[in-house]
Ligand binder design. Structure first.
Ligand SMILES: Cc1cc2nc3c(=O)[nH]c(=O)nc-3n(C[C@H](O)[C@H](O)[C@H](O)COP(=O)(O)O)c2cc1C
Length: 343
């Protein structure tokens, strides 16, 4: 299937694997890229060495273009972003920060940049900064999504920018891809759908949960890590919603984060404190959210953990391979588009 996105990024199909921590690994990314889509490696919870290893492993597993993400707001993100640039990752995806320096460096080595946005203001800013495409994430999305539904946000931003738009949040099948194209998008990115695939390293309980849950079974809340996020309705989320913020837990959890990111804890803590009281508080909340997300995703403990999950979980009923998802979504969309035109 050809769109502005496939042309610009030299991929076969306008289907992206979203960057999901602990899930969008080199194996997952390569499976999607080898099926003609574009996979985004998640680097948010990786040390510098692991980020480099992930990129190199992805390169071994696919000779197609692949992407890697950086969430600029998080500790360690600028260091990991610099590694993406040093390694000349073909497509860099950034969010929650100013990406002009990323666009400049990536374009200098001939790569492409995708910015993830949830508002008009950030969409316009990313276009001015030089992004080659935008992922526009609506309210339906698992994890951190916008406050406006994809049905409204995608066409509004598609009208406001001249670069390709990738719709995210609420897409799981060919109906979704066809609808996104009709809304003015040039492709879709999927998280919840790809989380439940044979290659996905998420804990099996999360896969089962994504099959069992209906479209009503998620919550949109800022009580997990301080930013609005959509998560599965489970015991862990209910406990977090009731509990008060715990500073001691945040200190303990920040030690785990420092270990994962490969920073001395004192350096991480000093960096956060120097960023001012408001951001320090936000980071303390994030530390608690981070551990809840890790437990829900990798340990599958849904009593202690929290699992990011999109509303579209209600449309996910099986565990196919990642390649099957790509080919199925595209085949369904082509059939639907043909029927709509020939009516
Ligand atoms: C299990 C899971 C983990 C996620 N982890 C991250 C993450 O670490 N960083 C991030 O920016 N977004 C994360 N997301 C959000 C996705 O990148 C994407 O925006 C979202 O899944 C799209 O909506 P959908 O779930 O309806 O497909 C995650 C989503 C899911 C379902």
């Amino acid at each position: 299937m050809k769109t502005r996105l496939t042309e610009r990024f030299e991929i076969e199909h306008p289907v992206l694997l979203s960057g999901m921590s602990w899930i969008s690994t080199p194996e997952m990314v390569a499976a999607v890229c080898n099926a003609g889509g574009l996979g985004i490696l998640a680097t948010g919870v990786l040390s510098g060495d692991d980020t480099r290893d992930y990129i190199r492993r992805a390169r071994e597993l696919t000779d197609r273009p692949f992407a890697a993400n950086t969430t600029l707001y998080f500790p360690g993100a600028e260091r990991n972003a610099q590694i993406l640039l040093d390694e000349k990752v073909p497509v860099v995806n950034y969010s929650l920060g100013k990406g002009d320096w990323i666009c400049e460096a990536v374009h200098a080595y001939g790569g492409k940049v995708i910015a993830t946005v949830t508002t008009h203001k950030h969409a316009k800013a990313a276009m001015r900064d030089g992004a080659d495409a935008l992922i526009v994430t609506g309210y339906e999305a698992g994890g951190h999504g916008g406050a406006v539904t994809s049905l409204v946000l995608v066409p509004a931003i598609a009208d406001a920018v001249e670069i390709p738009v990738i719709a995210a949040g609420g897409f799981a099948d060919g109906r979704g891809l066809a609808a996104a194209l009709a809304l003015g998008a040039d492709g879709i990115a999927m998280g919840t759908r790809f989380m439940n695939t044979t290659e996905s390293p998420v804990h099996d309980s999360a896969k089962q949960m994504s099959i069992a849950k209906t479209v009503q079974d998620t919550i949109y809340t800022n009580r997990v890590d301080g930013l609005p996020a959509r998560v599965a309705k489970n015991t862990g989320a209910a406990r977090l919603m009731r509990s008060r913020f715990g500073l001691l837990a945040a200190i303990k959890n920040s030690r785990e984060i420092a270990r994962m990111l490969g920073f001395p804890w004192a350096k991480l803590a000093a960096g956060i404190l120097l960023s001012g009281p408001k951001k320090s508080m936000q980071m303390a909340r994030m530390a608690n959210g981070f551990t809840a997300f890790r437990v829900g995703t990798t340990e599958g403990d849904q009593r202690r953990g929290v699992l990011p999950l999109g509303q579209v979980t209600g449309l996910v009923n099986d565990t196919p391979s990642a390649a099957e998802v790509v080919t199925r979504v595209v085949a369904e969309a082509e059939e639907i588009c043909g029927k709509l035109v020939n009516k």
